[in-house]
Design a protein around this ligand. Structure first.
Ligand code: ATP
Length: 136
């Protein structure tokens, strides 16, 4: 059993982060779960939320949108639509996305609003703002 986990966070256009960590806590669709070295093989779907990485130097917080987590032989692969380390989150952009989504959700009566889409956009923006507050 390795003492640490190898972690790759991959989005459709890039390798967002590749690192060795002591523990990963992920926002599973059926609840948050933690992975330590020696974890059994696992394939799980992820919700929009926060990935917490524990390292000897401290904690890192990463925003992830929905996707998958695979654990195999002490290697964790996170495959998501988008991911940003807390320090890389553009707070103004997330704030603007939040306002846009809130505005759309306040006009649902006009029939042309895709409510589900606006709700998911709002959820992404709120989680980005929360993760951005945790810059280490
Ligand atoms: P926006 O409406 O601002 O584009 P979004 O939630 O629709 O927000 P996504 O589709 O999740 O954006 O992401 C598109 C790309 O932009 C991804 O590469 C993502 O990492 C990046 N991105 C989106 N919002 C931010 C942000 N606030 N800070 C940094 N990168 C961001």
């Amino acid at each position: 059993m390795a003492e640490r986990l190898k972690l790759d966070i991959v989005s459709p256009d890039k390798l967002v982060l590749s690192d060795e960590v002591d523990e990963v806590v992920a926002p599973g669709s059926e609840g948050e779960f933690g992975v330590l070295p020696g974890h059994l093989a696992l394939l799980a779907t992820l919700d929009i939320g926060e990935l917490t990485l524990r390292k000897s130097s401290g904690f890192e917080h990463v925003f992830v949108s929905s996707g998958y987590a695979e654990v195999l032989n002490d290697k964790v692969t996170i495959l998501v639509e988008s991911a940003e380390n807390s320090r890389d989150i553009d707070v103004n952009r997330a704030q603007a996305a939040k306002s846009r989504a809130e505005d759309r959700l306040s006009r649902t009566h006009d029939g042309s609003i895709d409510v589900a889409r606006a709700e998911v956009a709002l959820k992404r923006a709120l989680h980005r703002l929360e993760v951005a507050r945790k810059v280490h």
